[in-house]
Design a protein around this ligand. Structure first.
Ligand SMILES: Cc1cc2nc3c(=O)[nH]c(=O)nc-3n(C[C@H](O)[C@H](O)[C@H](O)COP(=O)(O)O)c2cc1C
Length: 183
């Protein structure tokens, strides 16, 4: 049995990206579990805070969860054609401290994202690549999922209502699940 930690990069209660993550958790292939984690409560990175108090508990707890898992799924919004600050801030904190290597080094990781616009987070996903390389992760590149026009893909309750996207998400998770479970 493999475990993937999934993190949405939005704090918004009606977030399309969080809705996509919840949908993913329902569509996992046999033998792979997707556990949903959150960046809520992670403070703005502050080197003084780190020096004086170390890493916040909310950060070390998330580090431990990722370190114990077999893979990491980042579900990213796109802001101004790049990574939203809140999400990057969370990853920056996670990259600090004695456990950072256990979190990211060789970590099997994949990216998906949703946007109400027509390009489905393509530039945000592109921007993540240099971060994933710097962190020495092991990204899975065989699949792509960029959900555009998210306003018609999810209903008002955040349920995935688009059959084509559901099939694409399922395929993506199957491929990433194999990668995470493999050697
Ligand atoms: C500051 C800001 C910048 C944005 N820039 C983009 C953008 O470059 N491309 C895009 O597709 N959507 C952009 N959007 C719209 C977001 O995709 C939209 O707000 C989306 O719902 C955010 O993800 P969420 O639903 O998971 O919170 C932007 C939104 C904000 C607040």
């Amino acid at each position: 049995m493999s475990t993937i930690i999934g993190i949405s990069g939005s704090l918004r209660s009606k977030s399309y990206n969080s809705a996509l993550l919840r949908a993913a958790a329902q569509l996992m292939p046999a033998g792979v579990t997707l556990e949903i984690a959150s960046i809520k409560g992670i403070p703005l990175y502050d080197g003084d805070l780190e020096e004086q108090q170390g890493l916040p508990t909310v950060v070390t707890a998330l580090q431990d969860r990722i370190a114990q898992a077999d893979g990491l799924l980042l579900v990213t919004p796109e802001y101004n054609n790049s990574i939203p600050g809140v999400f990057k801030n969370a990853i920056d904190w996670l990259s600090r401290g004695d456990n950072a290597k256990k979190v990211f080094l060789n970590r099997r990781v994949a990216l998906i994202g949703a946007s109400p616009g027509g390009f489905g987070t393509i530039l945000s996903q592109q921007a993540w690549l240099q971060v994933l390389r710097t962190l020495q992760t092991r990204p899975w590149f065989e699949g792509r999922l960029q959900v555009s026009r998210a306003g018609s893909v999810f209903d008002a309750n955040g349920e995935l209502i688009d059959d084509k996207i559901r099939a694409q998400l399922k395929d993506f998770l199957h491929g990433f699940g194999n990668f995470v479970g493999g050697a």
